[in-house]
Design a protein around this ligand. Structure first.
Ligand code: GLN
Length: 551
């Protein structure tokens, strides 16, 4: 007998699975987020999770320049950047249970096997891997009551590594009954310039591949870039793909991702889901979201901000920072243009020429020595010219090194991350990191409390004395340099409750110069912009206005 190791979810929980076909990067994550937001706006409790078919246990060890940003949750999980979209659209904090990789599934199974949990059995993809996948779907409903679980399957239908996930969600549909499970397939309908036509064949093939696995999608979301799907094409897709014509939804490119829920709603996506799943809800409440989208599209002013870091050519590497600026822009009624400035090409003599057109400078988080000297020069430029300067994580650490070297006269100041033998380690490994050798999941991760100093810029911005922010780092400011730095005007305005860790720094005699050891970008939401980003943008606007007056 096969010993099954999976229990069904609580009665009444509905599941929506989102797969992708034809090509990757179709925006499955945005589709999942948008649908989640629509269902939540109807009063349902919704959670969204992602399955990633790669073998890493989590994306924390992957290169963000290839894979995109590593998103950190409150509970300290290093997750896929789609979790960031889920949190921003749902306006809720998710947890490590919301991102499950093949690596994690196998890790669990192999530990169980070694422990003897399967004694006597041959451990196999079906049923052991598929049961473990199904267990992770059920786990999301154990801690709190959830009406709908939306689950995105990473990758593209047809990928070898995605098969166990597709098999698991197929079984799940059988286990729970088709009224409780909805399958949505996101595909692409490309436009052929030469014939001037939208082509449906790739979608047909992709749905065929999915059907061979045993999954018949209920709804198709078709990405059509700039073009519109005619009624005739919808009928054709419906006929060949075995869905009703009303269930073929067009998803054209839009200016702002926050428009997507409104577009999908206008085509009845949420209603289709509700009807299929037999859910009873009221109408969605979309007026404040609609207002927010309108504001984001209609702002007439624009502002140039520089992000100074080592060169990255993947826009997704700093996804949450980009989004946090979108939110801060909406709050300040201005469109923010983010300009990437490669710090490997900045030095003391070129800094002014390269940076003088920007109203604010942001130094993002990062790892390693490449581009550091240019970051220090960018910070020096901002400090001396009173340009608003915002340093995040590595950005704070660089601000400390710059200040120590150029203001406190500690010429050899450095970080042990860049040079283990630096004579003046103003930044060094946190004490509890010194024995750590494993790289996966071992940084200081997740939300930690921080007390703000009264009268500081930080406490004015937050308007409260106690905050919690998310971290992802190994190094910190060395306490033995505190007095020297403070004597020259550096303020430690955010500290861990025991006073030992410096979480926020700022400068006296500068209108807006702030560094934080945490990553505020992870908690920014379109309707609740992060206070630090909102205020940094406000300061940059003031800087710009004053500059124009002088000119
Ligand atoms: N590399 C630095 C550290 O580990 C900063 C990390 C970051 O910017 N996220 O402390």
């Amino acid at each position: 007998m096969i010993r099954r190791d999976y229990s069904k979810p609580a009665e009444g929980v509905k599941y929506i699975f989102i797969t992708g076909g034809v090509v990757s990067s179709l925006g499955k994550g945005i589709s999942a987020s948008a649908l989640g937001m629509l269902l939540k706006s109807r009063g349902l409790t919704v959670t969204i999770m992602k399955f990633d078919p790669y073998l890493n246990v989590d994306p924390g060890t992957m290169n963000p320049l290839q894979h995109g940003e590593v998103y950190v949750t409150d509970d300290g999980a290093e997750t896929d950047l789609d979790l960031g979209h889920y949190e921003r659209f749902l306006d809720e904090s998710l947890s490590q249970d919301n991102n499950v990789t093949t690596g994690r599934i196998y890790n669990t199974i192999i530990s169980k096997e070694r422990r003897g949990d399967y004694l006597g059995a041959t451990v196999q993809v079906v049923p052991h891997v598929t049961d473990e996948i199904k267990s992770s779907l059920v786990r999301l409903t154990l801690k709190r009551r959830v009406d709908v679980v939306i689950s995105e399957i990473g990758g593209t239908v047809g990928d070898i590594e995605g098969l166990p996930f597709l098999e698991a969600i197929r079984q799940f549909g059988l286990d729970l009954g088709r009224k409780n499970v909805l399958y949505i397939h996101v595909t692409m309908v490309p436009y052929l310039e030469s014939s001037g036509e939208l082509k449906t064949k790739p979608t047909q093939h992709s749905v065929k591949t999915l059907s061979e696995i045993g999954i018949q999608p209920d709804i198709l979301i078709c990405r059509t870039s700039r073009y519109s799907l005619s009624e005739e094409l919808k009928q054709k897709i419906a006929l060949f793909c075995n869905v009703s014509p009303g269930a073929v939804i067009e998803a054209r490119d839009v200016e702002s991702i926050y428009e997507v829920p409104l577009l999908l709603h206008s085509q009845g996506l949420d209603q289709l889901a509700i009807d299929h799943l037999g859910l009873e809800t009221g109408k969605p409440h979309l007026s404040s979201w609609t207002k927010m989208v309108r504001r984001s599209l209609n702002s007439r002013r624009s502002l140039e901000i520089a992000i100074c870091g080592k060169y990255v050519d993947l826009a997704d590497s700093y996804k949450s920072i980009n989004e946090a600026f979108v939110h801060a822009g909406i709050a300040n009624d201005v469109k923010i243009n983010l300009n990437w400035v490669d710090t490997e090409k900045i030095n003391r003599y070129t800094a002014k020429r390269q940076l003088s057109r920007y109203a604010g400078i942001l130094i993002p988080g990062g790892f390693g020595y490449r581009g550091i000297e240019g970051k220090l020069e960018s910070i020096r430029y901002a400090r001396l010219n009173k340009v608003p300067m915002f340093g995040i994580c590595l950005g704070l650490q660089c601000a400390i090194v710059e200040f120590a070297r150029n203001v406190c006269g500690i010429a050899g100041a450095g970080s042990t991350e860049f040079d283990p033998d630096t004579p003046e380690p103003v930044i060094s490994l946190m004490p509890d990191q010194t024995e750590v050798t494993e790289k996966g999941g071992t940084m200081r991760l997740g939300a930690y409390p921080c007390e703000l100093a009264e009268g500081s810029l930080a406490s004015r911005i937050y308007g409260i004395g106690h905050i919690e922010e998310r971290h992802r780092h190994r190094y910190e400011v060395s306490n033995r340099y505190r007095a020297q730095l403070a004597a020259r005007g550096m303020v430690f305005s955010g500290l861990s409750p025991n006073g030992r860790l410096i979480e926020i720094i700022e400068l006296k005699n500068h209108p807006w110069f702030l560094g934080c050891q945490f990553h505020p970008e992870f908690k920014s939401r379109p309707m609740r912009p992060h206070p630090l980003f909102r205020d940094f943008v406000a300061a940059a606007l003031r800087f710009n206005e004053n500059r124009q007056k002088v000119e």
